[in-house]
Ligand binder design. Structure first.
Ligand code: ACK
Length: 655
């Protein structure tokens, strides 16, 4: 297999000779398997005749923009060894089955393809885990090649989720979820279907368990808290309705899932796919976002506080109030499972209702004109939110969701000007020496590097103070390593260290000391890039336990001897911490010196002991990290040297 750079549109991302299954375009054509040279560029996946190292004629090509799903395929019993690693490419005009040469080859193809298609317009949220063979899918027996998928394509949620705050799962996911069987004798009654939003274990005898993303029939609403549901295996039981989200599907849409394929799969099925769907935000947040949009007919649909229901919020400026008026409408459903705002206008689905009201106000405040999105949108890398001013307007920021707790207080996901995602550190009173921080915040804002988490600005006029930074969809490097490290290859781990080293070289060049470099203070972006965060912030923490080298929170295990003995910080003490960070990366998020407490670490380090080689690290990589732990700071490499060592290693061999 070959990997190439992909900076140019037509450059090859990956190419390999793989087995391709015939597409059986006619039902009677036999299945056969041919070796083809597959060449994947940002534009297309093409395959060629291939004989004795020679590329022959092009036999076919799929436009990358038309790809809707890339996933593994379940193998049948007694599949020969050379066909153990199939994957499928579902695209607008067909379905392609290809076989990786081994698990690694398949994973690399999946990752490369999934990365390139993630912004494609019509990704599928369901797929077929089984092959389409001799006129039907082995997984669900549907006989039409374009029939809607029968299992949830789990990766779709992370590639395409509206509140893409959920973490991306790298690697390939194989999920084979059965679709619900029809309820005997109930085929003509309106089917109410709900999807579990969380796993649930039954408390009493009458309950059944729920599995996240699986579908259930709603049989009855027992009271305001409980629904009686039936799962795909026919088990019935009571479950809390807060764990389910009702899907507004008509009976015909449900039927499509289990057989008929008069129509091609709908491009967008659930409200989640739409620009206007805001998911779990509160009434107050929706009002703030609509007002920030400030346009007549700005609207969004959010989940109502009543489980399984939706609310539509609309802004009109054509009323006296200068901020405009926001109205909230419940989306009702009738006994035929049709949805409506006003009784006389009922629709099969929520998207259809919205389309109607985009053209007709029909009883609502104003026609729906401007969808307000809570989908993730990064601030363009060149932008300074405050136009050079570091004080931002608090009213331009809507806090949407807590991400976690940091050294100074909570970290929240926020929207700036109703459009861009930002992370907001809300600073608790007396957790930070603000004056000193504010004196330097402007300098920190100017430290601009692609591998440093951008500091956009602050809101300081009252408590809680806000520190507004770049939002990083995959959270801290430490939790990412713990959750997904096993899916990463050593070369990817080294790439993460390279990212951090590049940022640190930049800080070193600007004579700026981080003082608390560790995996917990780095963040991972949606494309798995790692960026260094919280640079210089350690100086402003007002917590004796953290600031004093004998305090329980002081990061002794990341500190060079001159730091824990004399509080002597320098770029060279950052280099020591970088060595520990490399160790954390190659140990997939292990805690360094896990058997020792801080005092024992001071003693051991002073005696010359150092961390052992993590088993994912080669000798050469270990030599690099080890060199960071020289007792004498001057003998440690600079970040500049470390960066070129890592790069030459990346160019020469695999770690
Ligand atoms: O691992 P996490 O989900 O990612 O939990 C921590 C938590 O807040 C406390 O630090 C998350 N976090 C911090 N800063 C950001 C940011 N800029 N973007 C996204 N998540 C962040 C971090």
């Amino acid at each position: 297999m070959m990997f190439r750079g992909n900076s140019m549109q037509s450059e090859i991302i990956i190419e390999e000779v793989l087995l391709k299954r015939s597409q059986q375009k006619k039902k009677i054509s036999p299945v056969n398997y041919k070796e083809r040279l597959f060449v994947f560029t940002q534009r297309s996946l093409s395959y060629y005749d291939y004989d004795k190292e020679k590329r022959g004629n092009r036999k076919g090509s799929v436009d990358v923009k038309k790809i809707r799903c890339v996933e593994t395929v379940d193998i049948e019993e007694q599949t020969p060894v050379e066909r153990q690693y199939p994957f499928q490419i579902v695209y607008k005009d067909g379905l392609l089955y290809i076989y990786g040469t081994n698990e690694d080859s398949r994973r690399q193809w999946l990752e490369a393809l999934q990365k390139e298609i993630k912004n494609n317009p019509y990704l599928l949220n369901k797929y077929h885990p089984g092959f389409f063979t001799n006129g039907k899918f082995l997984c669900c027996n549907q006989s039409c090649k374009t029939a809607p998928g029968c299992a949830i394509w789990e990766l779709y949620n992370s590639l395409h989720s509206p509140s893409n705050v959920s973490k991306r799962l790298p690697g390939n996911l194989k999920l084979n979820r059965p679709s619900l069987p029809p309820i005997p004798g109930e085929a003509k009654s309106p089917l109410r279907i709900a999807v579990a939003e969380y796993d649930y274990q039954p408390q009493g005898q009458s309950g059944i368990s729920l599995m996240k993303n699986h579908k259930y029939y709603i049989l009855a609403e027992k009271d305001s808290d409980l629904w009686r549901v039936r799962d795909a295996d026919g088990n019935e039981g009571d479950v809390p309705r807060t764990h389910l989200r009702e899907r507004f599907e008509t009976a015909s849409e449900t039927r499509k899932e289990t057989g008929s394929c008069e129509n091609d799969s709908p491009e967008k099925e659930t409200p989640e796919d739409y620009e206007w769907f805001a998911g779990d935000i509160t009434r107050a947040q929706s009002e703030q976002l609509l007002r920030q949009k400030g346009k007549e007919g700005a609207f969004m649909v959010r989940k109502s506080s009543q489980a399984g229901k939706y609310t539509m919020s609309v802004l009109s400026l054509a009323v006296e109030n200068k901020n405009g008026t926001v109205k909230h409408y419940h989306v009702h459903s009738n006994s035929e499972n049709k949805v409506y705002l006003a009784h006389n206008h009922c629709f099969d689905s929520l998207p259809k209702l919205i389309t109607y009201h985009q053209h007709n106000s029909a009883g609502i405040l104003t026609r729906l004109r401007h969808p307000v999105s809570t989908k993730l949108k990064k601030v363009p890398s060149s932008a300074a939110l405050g136009n050079g001013l570091w004080e931002l307007r608090r009213t331009d920021i809507v806090l949407l969701k807590e991400l976690g707790s940091g050294q100074f207080g909570e970290v929240q996901l926020g929207k700036w000007k109703g459009e861009y995602d930002v992370a907001v550190k809300t600073i608790r009173e007396s957790s930070m020496s603000e004056e000193e921080f504010l004196e330097e915040a402007e300098i920190m804002m100017k430290l601009n590097h692609p591998k440093l988490v951008r500091l956009y600005g602050v809101c300081t006029e009252k408590y809680p103070i806000y520190i507004v930074t770049e939002y990083m969809a995959n959270g801290s490097l430490l939790s990412y390593l713990k959750d997904h490290g096993k899916e990463l290859q050593p070369f990817q781990l080294l790439q993460m260290c390279h990212n951090v080293c590049a940022a640190m070289e930049f800080l070193e060049h600007h004579q700026f000391i981080h003082r608390d470099l560790a995996a917990r203070n780095c963040l991972v972006d949606s494309d798995s890039t790692v960026k260094v965060s919280d640079f210089g912030m350690a100086r402003y923490v007002l917590d004796d336990q953290y600031v004093s080298s004998v305090g329980t929170k002081f990061p002794v295990k990341w500190s060079a001897p001159e730091v824990f003995h004399y509080s002597n910080f320098s770029s060279k003490s950052d280099v020591w911490a970088f060595g520990i960070l490399m160790w954390e990366v190659f140990s997939l998020g292990k805690h360094p010196y896990e058997l020792y407490d801080n005092a024992q670490v001071v003693e051991k380090i002073s005696q010359g002991f150092r961390l052992y080689r993590p088993h994912l690290s080669s000798e050469t990589i270990y030599e690099i990290m080890y060199s960071c732990w020289h007792e004498i700071p001057e003998q440690r490499p600079t970040f500049h040297q470390l960066l070129s060592q890592i790069e030459s290693f990346q160019n020469d061999e695999q770690p």
